[in-house]
Design a protein around this ligand. Structure first.
Ligand code: ADP
Ligand code: ADP
Length: 216
C-alpha cells in the first residue's frame, strides 16, 4: 500500500536520507530502528506527508503524494494517514472524547457517526470510562491511548508512530504495544513505527534498521 523510491533529503550540507527504498503492505506492522541521527524521524515525516523529500517518490495506495497540490495533499493526509508521537499533544482544555473527535470534525464527518466510531475505538483501547475527563486527569498510559484513538478516528489506512511508547513506563508501554496488534487485527491498518523499544521492534511483522541515511 506504500512504496517509497530513492528518497533523498538534506538539511543544508547534511545529507540525511541517501536513497531510501521501502515497501509496506496493507495491515503490515513494520518497525524502524537505528541509532539517533540515522534519519528515522525525517523518513517518517516524509512517508507521512508532513515533510517533502528533495528527490524520490512516495506512492500511497498508488497515488504519487508529492504530485498533489497543497489542498489535495491536506485532504489526502486527513483521510488516509494517522500519527502518534512520543508526546501525545492532547489539547488540555478539551475532554478525552473531544480530543478524539477533533480530526473527524476537521474532516467534516457527522457528529453521530464520529461518536459511534469513538465509542468503538474507546472500547478496544479500554478508555470508555475515561472519555469525559480532561487529559490532566488521565494517567500517562490513558493519555497515549486517547492519542491513539484520535489517530484512528478518520479510519486511516496507515498509522505512523514516532517513539509512541518512549514516554511510558514498561507496563504501559507493553499494553500500548499489544493494542497496536489488536487494532491491526480488528481494523486492518498498517503501522510504521520508529522505536528504540526492543520489545516493540521485535514484535513487528518486519523490523528494518536504518543506518546513516539508508536501510541496512
Ligand atoms: P529523535 O528522537 O528521532 O532523535 P530528534 O531529537 O533528532 O529526534 O528530532 C526531533 C525533532 O527535531 C525532529 O522533528 C527533527 O526534524 C527536529 N530536529 C532535529 N535535529 C534538528 C536540527 N539540527 N535542527 C532543526 N531541527 C532539528
Ligand atoms: P533519527 O530520528 O534517526 O534520530 P532524525 O531524522 O531526527 O534522525 O535526524 C537525522 C539528522 O538530521 C540529525 O543529524 C538531525 O540533527 C538532522 N535534522 C533533523 N531534522 C532537521 C532539521 N529540521 N534541520 C536541520 N537538521 C535536522
Amino acid at each position: 500500500m506504500l512504496t517509497a523510491r530513492e528518497i533523498h533529503k538534506s538539511y543544508g550540507n547534511l545529507h540525511v536520507l541517501k536513497g531510501v527504498n521501502l515497501e509496506i503492505s496493507s495491515s503490515e506492522i513494520v518497525s524502524i530502528v537505528g541509532s539517533s541521527g540515522a534519519g528515522k524521524s525525517t523518513l517518517l515525516h516524509i512517508l507521512g506527508t508532513l515533510d517533502e523529500p528533495d528527490s524520490g517518490e512516495v506512492l500511497i495506495e498508488g497515488k504519487n503524494i508529492f504530485a498533489l497540490n497543497r489542498d489535495k495533499l491536506a485532504t489526502f493526509r486527513n483521510q488516509t494517514v494517522g500519527f502518534i508521537f512520543q508526546f501525545h499533544n492532547l489539547l488540555p482544555e478539551f475532554t478525552a472524547l473531544e480530543n478524539i473527535l477533533i480530526p473527524g470534525f476537521i474532516q467534516g464527518q457527522s457528529e453521530s457517526k464520529l461518536k459511534k466510531r469513538a465509542s468503538e475505538l474507546a472500547e478496544i483501547l479500554s478508555i470508555s470510562h475515561r472519555l469525559d475527563h480532561k487529559p490532566s486527569a488521565l494517567s500517562g498510559g490513558e493519555q497515549q491511548r486517547v492519542a491513539v484513538a484520535r489517530a484512528l478516528i478518520n479510519d486511516p489506512k496507515i498509522i505512523f508512530a514516532d517513539e509512541p511508547s518512549g514516554n511510558l513506563d514498561t507496563q504501559n508501554a507493553h499494553q500500548l504495544h499489544e493494542l497496536f496488534f489488536k487494532l491491526r487485527d480488528e481494523l486492518g491498518q498498517a503501522f510504521v513505527i520508529v522505536t528504540h523499544n526492543e520489545e516493540l521492534a521485535a514484535m513487528a511483522d518486519r523490523k528494518l534498521e536504518m543506518k546513516d541515511g539508508v536501510m541496512v
